[in-house]
Ligand binder design. Structure first.
Ligand code: NAD
Ligand code: TYD
Length: 339
């Protein structure tokens, strides 16, 4: 079995590669990643010597390069993680989101059509459903919830999902889609809430909370997401969408306070800053379908997962300190200084 994994030098793709090489030691994994600011070869360092692993520095929008890898590797499956993934950056500069997230997806699927494939899996997000009101805790996203996006990021991911379903209907491409809630865990780029707060707290820097910190996200430990994708590509039905989430809703401010407590820091570090434009209020997944059809359920409880994650950032300072000392500095200034 040969699987092409795009975006494997990023957070979830990297965790997926580590997970798959352990779980299926006889599989060949070929990673395609063009190493944007979010791609990091340090994340893949532990597997670079594995004879069943190959890294190709390829942009998924580069048709010729993508086709070349397909000709060489004759993959059985593709799991497409490659994307621009940060909502705040999509508000700053939407164009690259359309390029990678939509056009890149179409190039990957064209390659699958041309060279043949057993499964093309699209890693999508619960953000395609828009948001839920804060005062209706009885409401959840199901696979039937209408697409209703808020940010250029989520609109680009929703467009890709529509294209994936269109390739299934029109060309009979064997596709599946997973729509997961917010992930956290090792190798998470420190522009996102949890790693940013851990890194800033460790450096005694202000912790920028958007608005009042009342927005709710549904957090899932990254390995549980990897397990869900592994199940879907092997046993999930073609042409289907599967929501992935562990019923773990938390307000941003409560997460920030928990990180402060775990690190023994002071809540005085919290700094309320201007809200994100179009900020989604609440995400909450109903994972009944994947549970009933594939027996998936989350294994890591948030209380344990957040401790493991914090420990990973303490034990792997070099990984994230290298990031925050580079071009990230300019990003941070742009995003937070005048906020
Ligand atoms: P990330 O930003 O950490 O990593 C993205 C990776 O894709 C990077 O390695 C980057 O170099 C690569 N990439 C970007 N553009 C590329 C291109 N044109 N060609 C080749 N490689 C390219 O993202 P992540 O958080 O790991 O998210 C992975 C996927 O999961 C995305 O599709 C995202 O929409 C989805 N998702 C993320 C979350 C989350 O909480 N982070 C939740 C649900 C779904
Ligand atoms: P983020 O990690 O960017 O994920 P997403 O927007 O895709 O859910 O943000 C998670 C939540 O945390 C979101 O409500 C925005 C908020 N947030 C802050 O309050 N401060 C920050 O510095 C960041 C990056 C996010």
């Amino acid at each position: 079995m040969t699987i092409i994994v795009t975006g494997g030098a990023g957070f979830i793709g990297g965790n997926f590669i580590h997970y798959m090489l352990k779980k299926h030691p006889d599989y060949r994994i070929v990673c395609l990643d063009c190493l944007t600011y979010a791609g990091n070869m340090d994340t893949l360092a532990p597997v670079m010597d594995n004879p069943n692993f190959r890294f190709c520095k390829v942009d998924i929008t580069d048709r010729a390069e993508v086709y070349k890898v397909f000709m060489e590797e004759k993959p059985d499956m593709v799991v497409n993680f490659a994307a621009e993934s940060h909502v705040d950056r999509s508000i700053e500069e939407p164009a690259v989101f359309l390029q990678t997230n939509i056009l890149g997806t179409s190039v990957m699927m064209d390659a699958c059509r041309r060279y043949g494939i057993k499964r093309y899996h699209q890693v999508s997000t619960d953000e395609v459903y828009g948001d839920l009101p804060l005062d209706r805790p009885d409401l959840f996203f199901t696979e039937e919830t209408p697409i209703h996006t808020s940010s250029p990021y989520s609109a680009s991911k929703a467009s890709a999902d529509l294209l994936v379903l269109a390739y299934h209907r029109t060309f009979g491409l064997p596709v599946s889609i997973s729509r997961c809630s917010n992930n956290y865990g090792p190798y998470h780029f420190p522009e996102k809430l949890i790693p940013l707060m851990i890194a800033n707290a460790l450096n005694d820097k202000p912790l920028p909370v958007y608005g009042k910190g009342e927005n709710v996200r549904d957090w899932l430990y990254v390995e549980d997401h990897c397990k869900a994708i592994d199940l879907i590509i092997h046993n999930g039905r073609e042409g289907e969408v599967y929501n992935v989430g562990g019923h773990n809703e938390m307000k941003n401010i409560d997460i920030v306070k928990l990180i402060i407590k775990e690190l023994g820091k002071s809540e005085d570090l919290i700094q309320f800053v201007a809200d994100r434009r179009g900020h989604d209020l609440r995400y909450a997944i109903d994972p009944t379908k994947i549970h009933n059809e594939l027996g998936w359920e989350p294994e890591t409880k948030f209380a344990d997962g957040i401790k493991k994650t914090i420990k990973w950032y303490l034990d792997n300072r070099e990984w994230w300190e290298k990031i925050i000392s580079g071009e990230y500095k300019d990003y941070y200034k742009r995003m937070y200084n005048a906020r």
